[in-house]
Design a protein around this ligand. Structure first.
Ligand code: SAH
Length: 251
């Protein structure tokens, strides 16, 4: 008998949890355990303070396999290079990313997109949370509506809350909103931003010595409208034309 409406495990397998610059190795282990209990397994550590470590192993308990399979990346861009959707998990910092989702909205968005491409939830450092640069790589924010008088959860507790929401949504088996465009991947977007910055510098619109907040503002502009792969190609074509035109005028 075919169970066409049973939840698809491939959706959970395509959801990556990224921990940025974690200070306490125990939190990495506790996060691995939080993921495994909810059926998630993809853990990615960006520049962890201390890893591997016996405290991480102890806190992971029976989720040692998630820890052993964790991928360690030097930068957040590297962790997100094949993802088409990255949601930054943050209690604050609404100034950088325009769209703020509730945990159930985030879960629906991730499950809807996970059928087509890898997607990610990005958690910040225990003391400082996510930096502006890290947030600028995320398309939307997720905030856990905690007590406004004390809203900062322990990192692994925040991972557990989001992992639980994803599992409940997944078990519910609803038809989640499917992506309406062939979205560009993290690597395609990063290559576009590098090309944009180089071209703006060549055109003397941006001073490479003091770029100010221009690139962050431009990232925010583009992240408000989700860029399709084809649109990134068109924009890069325009940049190349601007570069070539400038070179010709200088000859
Ligand atoms: N002091 C830091 C909080 C760090 S808590 C700050 O002010 O940003 C570590 C991580 O847990 C955060 O970066 C975030 O990813 C997550 N987190 C904790 N509480 C949260 C909340 N209420 N909503 C969303 N994420 C939260």
């Amino acid at each position: 008998m075919r169970h066409t409406d049973s939840p698809d495990p491939k959706l959970l397998a395509n959801i990556r949890v990224v921990l940025a610059r974690t200070s306490h190795p125990g939190n990495i282990g506790a996060a691995a355990r939080a993921l495994k209990t909810m059926g998630l397994a993809q853990l990615c550590l960006v520049d962890p303070g201390i890893f591997p470590n016996s405290q991480a192993d102890a806190m992971a308990s029976g989720a040692g396999d998630v820890l052993a399979n964790a991928r360690v990346c030097a930068t957040l861009a590297e962790a997100l290079d094949d993802t088409t959707l990255a949601l930054g998990v943050s209690a604050r910092r609404r100034d950088i990313v325009a769209e703020v989702l509730t945990p159930p909205e985030a879960a629906a968005r991730l499950l809807g997109e996970a059928g087509t491409a890898p997607v990610a939830l990005v958690f910040g450092n225990e003391t400082n949370g996510l930096t502006n640069e890290e947030l600028s790589l995320c398309q939307a924010l997720v905030t856990i509506p905690a007590n406004p008088q004390y809203s900062s959860l322990n990192l692994a507790a925040a991972v557990q809350v989001l992992a639980y929401e994803i599992r409940q949504m997944w078990l519910g088996g609803a038809s989640w909103p499917q992506p309406d465009i062939d979205a560009a991947s993290g690597a395609e977007l990063e290559n576009f931003y590098v090309h944009l910055e180089t071209t703006l510098a060549e055109l003397d619109f941006l001073n490479p010595g003091s770029p100010g907040k221009l690139m962050l503002k431009l990232r925010r502009l583009f992240s408000r409208t989700r860029l399709a792969r084809e649109e990134v190609n068109i924009l890069r074509g325009i940049l190349t034309a601007a570069q070539t035109g400038r070179e010709r005028r200088q000859e």
